[in-house]
Write a protein that binds this ligand. Structure first.
Ligand code: SAM
Length: 247
């Protein structure tokens, strides 16, 4: 059975999409998309030979060889401009994801792509910032809890008035916090503007766990003579306070 994380990603892919899954590894996501009829054609892109072969085997075992093309290459190099209308990237860091999207965009590989479904493992704020700067509208966010970990899934779409919609989405005034606008914007990018609009128990658990981690680090640091360490500690304490206030 497909993990909840991958099911959530699949659930945000529009019906009848032509999908490129970049960094597909085992190829489980494109296979599921074809099997459930959500997608009619997919490219499974992989940088490395081992994972690519795993995807090839998975696709063969599912009898989908003609409908999922497993291709080896860096990021979006595996697709032709206009070949797909949805790109999924999951299970890698946000910085790498943003770099893949930037390179792909420069090479025209995002032409005809109307939907991005992105699941960064870390650096979610970098992905939100990239989307904002490149004129993509963050249309939905999901937070999945699985095996004691939390995964954020971001759905971005290309719409005509993306800039105006994003300005509303990231409007800092809806956060009832005694912080300046810049700090509120940072929090929206860090924690997710949709997730923060309707704080769920899952969201609370995720950020409580983050706050606990920071508390442990602070406690381990103990009293420090170095001004630099003391400043770091103060910063973490401020972050803990902010998390508690937001939730
Ligand atoms: N997407 C799958 C998932 O979410 O379950 C697999 C995630 S796996 C942790 C990350 C995969 O991305 C690896 O198989 C790795 O080889 C691949 N990868 C890393 N950098 C890449 C790049 N620049 N282009 C394509 N694939 C890449």
């Amino acid at each position: 059975k497909l993990s909840r994380r991958l099911q959530t990603i699949a659930g945000l892919v529009p019906q009848h999409s032509r999908v490129a899954d970049i960094g597909s590894d085992h190829g489980l996501l494109p296979v599921y998309l074809l099997q459930t009829g959500r997608s009619d054609f997919a490219v499974a892109g992989e940088l490395n030979e081992g994972p690519l072969q795993a995807a090839v085997r998975q696709i063969e075992a599912a009898g989908l060889t003609g409908r999922i093309a497993a291709r080896r290459g860096n990021g979006l190099a595996v697709v032709e401009p206009g070949e797909v209308d949805c790109v999924t990237i999951a299970g890698m860091g946000g910085a790498l994801m943003a770099a893949i999207l930037s390179e792909g965009m420069a090479a025209g590989k995002l032409e005809g792509v109307t939907t991005l479904v992105l699941q960064p493992n870390v650096g979610e704020d970098l992905v939100r910032r990239w989307l904002l700067q490149q004129g993509w509208y963050l249309a939905a966010e999901r937070l999945v809890e699985e095996d004691g970990k939390w995964y954020e899934v971001l759905l971005a779409v290309r719409i005509a008035d993306a800039e105006a919609c994003s300005t509303m989405l990231y409007n800092p005034t809806f956060l009832p916090l005694d912080r300046d606008e810049e700090e509120k914007r940072r929090l929206l990018l860090h924690m997710g503007p949709w997730l923060l609009r309707q704080p769920s128990n899952v969201l609370r658990r995720k950020w409580q766990s983050e706050a606990d981690k920071l508390r442990k680090i602070c406690a381990r640091m103990g009293r420090s003579d170095s001004a630099e360490a003391a400043e770091k500690q103060r910063e973490m304490e401020r972050e803990i306070e902010t998390i508690e206030e937001v939730l």
